[in-house]
Design a binder for this molecule. Structure first.
Ligand SMILES: [Zn+2]
Length: 194
């Protein structure tokens, strides 16, 4: 279990690196208003909290049971795509309260979803497997185990497909974060070179 701070940093500096770069650049050029900075602060808070949400049972267990068990909320594994729905919906509700705009609220939800999924990926790297597909499949799966392949005794086709699916999943989480940031005020586009 990586420290909570590591999850927030992982999401902010890896999956949202373009936003960090853009914010620093805009601040250096003094183009951000107070309203812009408050909007970015909201993104940092929603992203930070969502990136910690899968470990939320640890808070309850710490105070009630004096342990740090952090993977189950009643019978629901919190490190699963199923539980990520709660991060998405919580961010949509917060987004709607703040923006009064259902589209922006939905994009904030996508951003929170990406933050939640980045937590699963970091835990997967550290612990080697999570119950991603609960309740469809209750055994642990490690996305990264499909990327690591020895050259002896392997099914070439199987491992190439598995590797593609694993990297496609990681890429999807990154693109979700970039897509949401783009819809929430960050500009990313190709400028033709002269
Ligand atoms: Zn975790």
């Amino acid at each position: 279990m990586p420290y909570p701070f590591a999850h927030s940093m992982f999401f902010m500096y890896c999956f949202s690196a373009v936003a960090v770069y853009t914010t620093i650049r805009s601040n250096l050029h003094h183009t951000l208003t107070l309203k812009d900075n408050l909007h970015i602060l909201l993104l940092i808070l929603v992203g930070g909290v969502s990136s910690l949400l899968p470990d939320i049972p640890a808070v309850y267990n710490y105070f009630v049971n004096s342990n740090l068990h952090h993977t189950m909320l009643w019978i629901i594994p919190t490190h699963s795509l199923f539980f990520s729905y709660f991060a998405f919906m919580a961010a949509v509700i917060i987004g709607y309260i703040v923006y009064r705009d259902i589209d922006r609220a939905a994009f904030l939800g996508v951003f929170a979803e990406a933050a939640f999924l980045s937590h699963l990926l970091l835990d997967d790297i550290a612990e080697g497997g999570l119950t991603y597909l609960f309740p469809l499949y209750n055994e642990t799966i490690s996305v990264f185990s499909f990327v690591d392949v020895k050259f002896s005794s392997v099914d070439f086709f199987y491992y190439n497909v598995a590797c593609f699916v694993a990297i496609f999943f990681i890429s999807c989480v990154m693109i979700m974060a970039i897509f949401a940031l783009n819809k929430l005020g960050f500009e990313f586009e190709y400028r033709s070179i002269k």
